[in-house]
Design a protein. Structure first.
Length: 250
């Protein structure tokens, strides 16, 4: 929730009314404050580690759930010749940012949509990816069912989260989420696995990923509600991201 330069990514409204309205309010504000770019800096190292291992094939059509300003969507689309990616995000301002950063040489596009009701036909995508987004789902089971619906049988889903049960220090983020009206699902790998299986995914695999740049510069560290001190910041870095891999049943 904090980028590698120490800029705070956490914090938000305190008048949350919940549901998608709270998501839109929170992440529209983040986009307006330029935190979309901070997320790219903060998440870039771990996402590069994952994308390098995905083995994206030429021509694959990829879904990026919770695309923010679309930086990872574009990375996925560039990973193989002829590949294309669509990023979805509930926040119109994030999607506006994504469109403003669009390059005509990359097959990427963006849609304002909710995870729980994706505007795509059944079995459209060859794979799905998501970085630091799925735990915000208003209805996680519905989001996973939608994810399964739009994937082709045998297609992989690779979901990365920093807020997870094996990262105990990240648990405090839920307080910020609550004050912003956001439902943040704090799940460990076993529970993530059960949820994915219930939605029709198999071949579950998990990996922990550590940002190779370290916890950042202590001189630039600024405490906030999500990282109240440097020690917490270091614990969150050391626990790393949880990569959940599942394959839609044939
Ligand atoms: C922490 S940001 C991560 C953005 C991007 N993946 C990145 O790494 O820069 C989470 C994004 O997921 C989106 N999001 C969260 N829950 C959503 C939902 N239920 N439906 C659609 N988008 C959602 C938010 O609007 C936000 O832009």
């Amino acid at each position: 929730m904090t980028d590698m330069t120490g800029s705070r990514l956490c914090g938000g409204s305190t008048d949350g009314s919940g549901g998608h309205a709270a998501l839109v309010r929170t992440f529209d504000a983040w986009a307006a404050e330029g935190r979309d770019a901070s997320m790219e800096r903060g998440h870039g190292d771990v996402v590069a580690q994952v994308v390098a291992k995905l083995g994206i094939k030429p021509g694959e059509q990829i879904l990026d759930l919770g695309c923010g300003n679309g930086w990872a969507t574009r990375l996925l689309a560039k990973a193989a010749p002829g590949a294309g990616a669509i990023g979805v995000d509930a926040s119109p301002k994030m999607v506006e940012r994504a469109e403003s950063l669009h390059s005509y040489t990359i097959r990427a596009r963006y849609e304002v949509a909710h995870f729980e009701k994706l505007p795509f036909n059944d079995k459209k995508f060859d794979r799905a990816f998501s970085m630091e987004a799925l735990y915000y789902a208003v209805d996680l089971d519905a989001a996973l069912a939608e994810l399964a619906r739009v994937l082709k049988p045998g297609a992989p889903a690779d979901v990365v989260v920093d807020f997870h049960g094996e990262n105990e220090a990240s648990r405090v983020w839920a307080d910020w989420g609550k004050s912003s009206g956001l439902a943040m699902h704090f799940l460990g790998r076993d529970e993530w696995g059960r949820r994915f299986e219930r939605a029709g995914f198999g071949s579950l695999a998990f990996e922990r990923l550590i940002d190779s740049r370290g916890p950042g510069d202590p001189q630039k560290f600024r405490a906030d509600v999500c990282e109240p001190d440097w020690e917490t910041r270091c614990k969150i870095h050391a626990a790393g991201s949880l990569w959940i891999h599942g394959v839609k049943a044939q």
